[in-house]
Write a protein that binds this ligand. Sequence first.
Ligand SMILES: NC(=O)c1ccc[n+]([C@@H]2O[C@H](COP(=O)([O-])OP(=O)(O)OC[C@H]3O[C@@H](n4cnc5c(N)ncnc54)[C@H](OP(=O)(O)O)[C@@H]3O)[C@@H](O)[C@H]2O)c1
Length: 372
Amino acid sequence: MSDVVRVESLKSDLGVARIVSLPRPELEKGWVRVEIERVALTTNNMSYAVFGDALGYWNLFPAADTDHGCMPAWGFAHVTESRVDQIVEGTRVFGYFPLSNELVMRPTAITTRSFVDAAAHRTGTPKVYNVYEIKAEAASARSDSFVSIFRPLFITSYTAADFLRERNYFGASQIVISSASSKTAYGIAHCIAGDASVVKIGLTSARNGDFVRQLGCYERIAEYGDLASVDRDVPTLYVDLAADPELRRRVHEYFGDSLVYDCLVGSTQGVQLPDPAAPDENLPGPQPEFFFAATQLDAYKAAGQARAFMAQYERDELSFTERVADIRNPWMRLEEHRGLVDAPSVIAQLHDGTVDPAVGHIFEIQPTGAGE
Ligand SMILES: NC(=O)c1ccc[n+]([C@@H]2O[C@H](COP(=O)([O-])OP(=O)(O)OC[C@H]3O[C@@H](n4cnc5c(N)ncnc54)[C@H](OP(=O)(O)O)[C@@H]3O)[C@@H](O)[C@H]2O)c1
């Protein structure tokens, strides 16, 4: 019987990860065992690790010791052993997994579309992380890879764009988006590309300036050191993916009264987030407001629009990923790693911020034989 192989991050230095081998647990009644087919890693996964203790991400997949944590990742798996009547072997699911070759789960709330893993250590975490969507056989390994990378990111881009559009961009005529090279950031720019009432300005590092320039979804680009090149006299909305406190201060001081709203979506710099209960009185302009995709999705659910929203979303996600992969000018190319052996070095690069933004990292752990 083969072992469970898993990647665990050192909590005191998130750039360091190890590969551990553990005995396979016996499968008890009421549980299923899944083989994990493929998962994606982007900076978003590093954010889960950064907030592993604060937001409970470390609880989802307990590590072998308390100095380590299992970084969660989105991807596909299939059931190889089932001790649950309603779930047959071979059932495919999409959801949240550890970087591992397998996982045992205790499905509840089982429908033809999904189930919830009710393992005891997961009950304190938001439901969105415990739901597994039941999926048909893979259309292709490539399409699964794109969904693994973009489903958690583009749903944020899409709902953030909706949130801002519904509020008429808070009266702004330009939107400054930090960490503009990130997939979540350019997803937002893509979603509002057709809206001529606002100019989209990508704010990025000198290292990633050329990448952002060639995307074509921002009308203008400014590097972090070149904020002064942006017009400060028009109503401006800041969409913050970086969460860099020094950059936030510079943005607020530079735009002054022109800053209409600060929408905090991401934290690529991996720092502590502002405390909404303790506003920074010395920060000029509006305080940053957190954006959570889940809150926006709850609003659709409350309005009875959840299913229609998801149907439209999946169509728009497909057209976005087709644009991302367009061979005439691809925004991203897949880098597929066999097994987990490369995971520690990719995690080190994500931690340092040295990952090429033009690359999407996929770990193909248990190939399914689906065609390319
Ligand atoms: N609110 C939500 O619900 C939600 C949902 C999904 C994602 N997010 C957040 O969105 C952010 C972007 O995630 P992603 O997966 O789209 O990112 P990604 O595509 O992997 O983007 C990487 C970019 O982030 C910046 N960066 C990454 N690591 C860095 C480091 N160590 N130091 C400095 N800059 C670094 C760089 O951009 P620049 O050079 O352009 O700065 C880099 O090109 C994450 O913080 C993620 O948690 C939030």
